[in-house]
Design a binder for this molecule. Structure first.
Ligand SMILES: [Cu+2]
Length: 336
């Protein structure tokens, strides 16, 4: 077949294109949800382990393929029985035992540091469908309830008591440390010692149903004084609505039955089915990372949660007028 002389050669060949596209795969290694960007000692230990394993694997791969190449291409003549025996004893028994043994010992030495006991706040996180209930247990015995984000003081180890309501979820903030499963009816414990203030992203790491991929959260690491001030503010009851529209929203919130599922401390809304909304306006995201926290985001969510999160256990309020939804949104957005 002759080539149509008018057909232009593509700018780059397909092979070059594939090679050029490969680094795109590495794009996932950056940013605030990356195991390779560490925000504290735990993540750094795991990153070191990753590099040691990677370098080890590459050396082994090159060695094995080199041997294979040598044996099939360079020196394909049959070997003596003795040489073959030695190859099996050294290459097949001694070498893997020593290498894997060394890796095991190295891995084990890292564990005590990862399992160190906490000296910071104790935080109970419960996996729900598809959001995170977060409760800070304070030293005076009181509990501060919030949802869908955690804040941590830098420089101390916080203890997490992980629980789940219905199915297995997994708690994971890649930049802060390893993951830990959350089981219904059993509390698992882990500690994390973040060091670098910043906002990191966490994600449920165990498939838990249709909106599993929308079950994320933000973990903000703060200076200890800032953290204390935040926790005090979080413990306080909700602020009063600041505008006539927000007041209308507050009244609608109660009359529409939102308070059966949600608590707004300081009001008659004391529900425990859904996230505590006392300070929802000061959060970084809505519905476990699904939306932002602008007034429009609140309105979008309340009108039809299922459109944003399939299977969300909150009914749609599309029977309300835009003005009513807007008032509710203004009220919620003002709950700083
Ligand atoms: Cu989950």
């Amino acid at each position: 077949m002759t080539r149509d002389p008018r057909a232009r050669r593509p700018l780059i060949s397909r092979k070059t294109g594939v090679l050029l596209a490969l680094p795109l795969l590495l794009a996932g290694c950056e940013g605030r949800q990356s195991v390779l960007v560490d925000g504290g000692a735990d993540a750094r230990i795991l990153t070191d382990l990753f590099w040691v394993m990677l370098v080890g694997a590459v050396v082994l791969w090159v060695g094995m393929n080199g041997l294979f190449y040598w044996a099939t291409r360079r020196n394909p003549a049959p070997h003596s029985q003795l040489a073959a025996n030695w190859l099996v004893i050294i290459g097949g028994i001694l070498f893997p035992t020593v290498t894997l043994g060394a890796l095991l010992v190295y891995g084990l030495t890292l564990m005590p540091e990862l399992r160190a006991t906490g000296d910071g706040p104790v935080i109970r996180v419960t996996g729900e469908q598809w959001w995170w209930r977060v409760e800070y247990e304070r030293e005076d015995g009181t509990t501060v309830t919030t949802a869908n984000e955690i804040r941590l003081p830098a420089g101390v180890r916080s203890t997490f008591l992980l629980d789940s309501k219905k199915v297995i979820h997994s708690f994971w903030v890649p930049s802060l440390g390893g993951k830990m499963d959350m089981f219904p009816g059993r509390v698992t414990e882990m500690t994390l010692g973040p060091e670098r203030p910043g906002i990191y992203r966490g994600q449920c790491a165990e498939f838990c149903g249709e909106s599993h991929a929308w079950m994320a959260f933000e973990a903000e690491v703060m200076a200890p004084e800032e953290f204390d001030a935040w926790l005090d503010a979080e413990a306080a009851p909700a602020v009063e609505p600041a505008s006539p529209e927000a007041s209308r929203g507050a009244a609608l919130f109660l009359s529409q039955g939102c308070g059966a599922c949600h608590a707004v401390r300081g009001t008659h809304a004391v529900g425990r089915v859904g996230p505590d909304l006392t300070h929802v306006g000061s959060r970084h995201s809505l519905a476990a990372g699904r939306l932002g926290t602008s007034t429009e985001d609140f309105a979008k969510w309340v009108a039809n949660p299922g459109a944003w999160k399939p299977g969300a256990e909150m009914p749609a309020y599309d029977h309300l007028t835009d003005a009513q939804i807007g008032a509710i949104a203004a009220y919620l957005e003002g709950l700083e």
